[in-house]
Design a protein around this ligand. Sequence first.
Ligand code: GLC
Length: 425
Amino acid sequence: MIQPWFLDAKLGIFIHWGIYAVNGIPESWAFFNEEIAYEDYMAQCAGFTASHYDPQAWAQLFKRAGARYAVLTAKHHDGVALWDTQVSDLNVVERTPAGRDLIAPYIDALREAGIKVGLYFSHLDWSHAGYAPLPVGRRTISTLTNATYPQLWPQGAATPAWQTFHTFYHKQLEELCTRYGALDLLWFDGDWTPDDDAYWRMDELRARLEDWQPEAVINGRMRGRGDYRTPEQGLPILPPEGPWEFCVTINDSWGYQVHDHNHKSLRQIVRMFCEVIGMGGNLLLDVGPKEDGALQPEQVDRLEGLGDWIRKHAEGVYGTRAGLPPGHLCGASTLSQDQTTLYVMIFDRPWDAIPIKGVRNGVNRVSVLGAGQELPYQRIGGAAWLDIPGVLWVTIPEEVLDPCATVIKIELDGPLNLYRGAGQA
Ligand code: GLC
C-alpha cells in the first residue's frame, strides 16, 4: 500500500550486494550472458567474506546523505540468498565464508538510524531448476536438471517443475516477510519472463504480501500489481503517472564492478535528484559494496556531497510535491504541499536574471534557500486583459550561487495559479 512517508521521502539508497562483487562482474547477468560459466560464477561464493560489513556505518552514511529509506538485494536473479533460507542451501550462510545472515543486522541498523527498511527480491531465479534457468543454446549450467525454457514453458503454468519453483519462491518470501518484523518496502524485480500472468499469479502473491506485511509499500514490478512505477537508468522526460521512483547507478553498474570507474559527478547527481523530485518522484540511488561490505570511496563521496546539498536545501526537498510542469523555466522546481511556495532549482551560472513564466500569483517574497538573502525581482510583459501574466525575472548575485544547484524560494500570495495557454489573439 502506498504510504505518506514514501511520497515525502525523496531519497532512498539501493544496495546491490552479492557474490558478484568477488570478481567484480555484472550481478547475475554475467552468467546469463555467458561472460562466465555458471560454475565459475558460483565459485565466487568462496570469496564472499562480508569481513568488513558494518551496517551501522552504512546506515549513518545513508542518513548523512539525506536518505529516508534503503533497499538491499536479499536475493538477485542468481538465486543467492543473503539469509539462511530453509528451502535452499544456496545462501551466504551455508555457501560462503560470511557464514551468517546478513539481512538481520542491516534491518536493525536502519531501524536504529530511523531509516525505512526495504528489501529487493527477484521473482525469477536462474539457479532454480524449476524456473528453467537459461534458454537452449546459452546453457552453461551443468549442475541443474535438464529443464530449459522451450521444454518447460510451452507446457503451461501447471507443470510440476513450475509449481515447485512457485512454491519455493513464495516460501522464501514468507521467510523474509515473517522473520524480521515490519518491513517498510518490498522491491521486486524480474517479473518479465515468462511474460505470462498465468505463471506468476501475482494477485495471489499480492494478497499474501498484504497478509504478512500489511503496511509495506510494494514497487511496481509485480506485473502491474504494485503501488508505484520504477523507471530505471534513463531519466524520464515526462513524469510517470502516479507515485514513482527513479532508480539509477552512481557509475554504470548496480553491483561492484572492478573496471567501472565511470562515476557520475556530484553536480550531475544533484541535478538528477532535483529533476526527479521536481517531477514528483523519489530517487533510489544505487551503491555496490565490495565483497567484504566496504563501500566504494567514490560512491561514499557522492553520498556525502548529496547530503550536504540536501541539508542546506531541506525545506525545498522533503515533503514537497512536483513543481512547475515543463516549459515554465530552465531548471527544476518543487512546490510546498499547501502550494504557496515554489522552490526553483537553478543548475547553471546565470548570465542574466532568471525568467519564470506563467505564474499568475502575486509574489510576497523571493529569497535564496540556505543563504536566506532576499532577491530582487521584476515582472516584465504579459497581457493582463487576457490574464496572461508577465515573466518573473529574479536576479541572483554571483556570491549566493551554490556550486551544485541554487534554490530560489518564491513565496506566493496564494496557491499556485498557472497560465498554461497558447495565447489568444
Ligand atoms: C534490472 C536488472 C537488475 C537490476 C535492476 C535494478 O532489472 O535486471 O540487474 O538489479 O534492474 O533496477
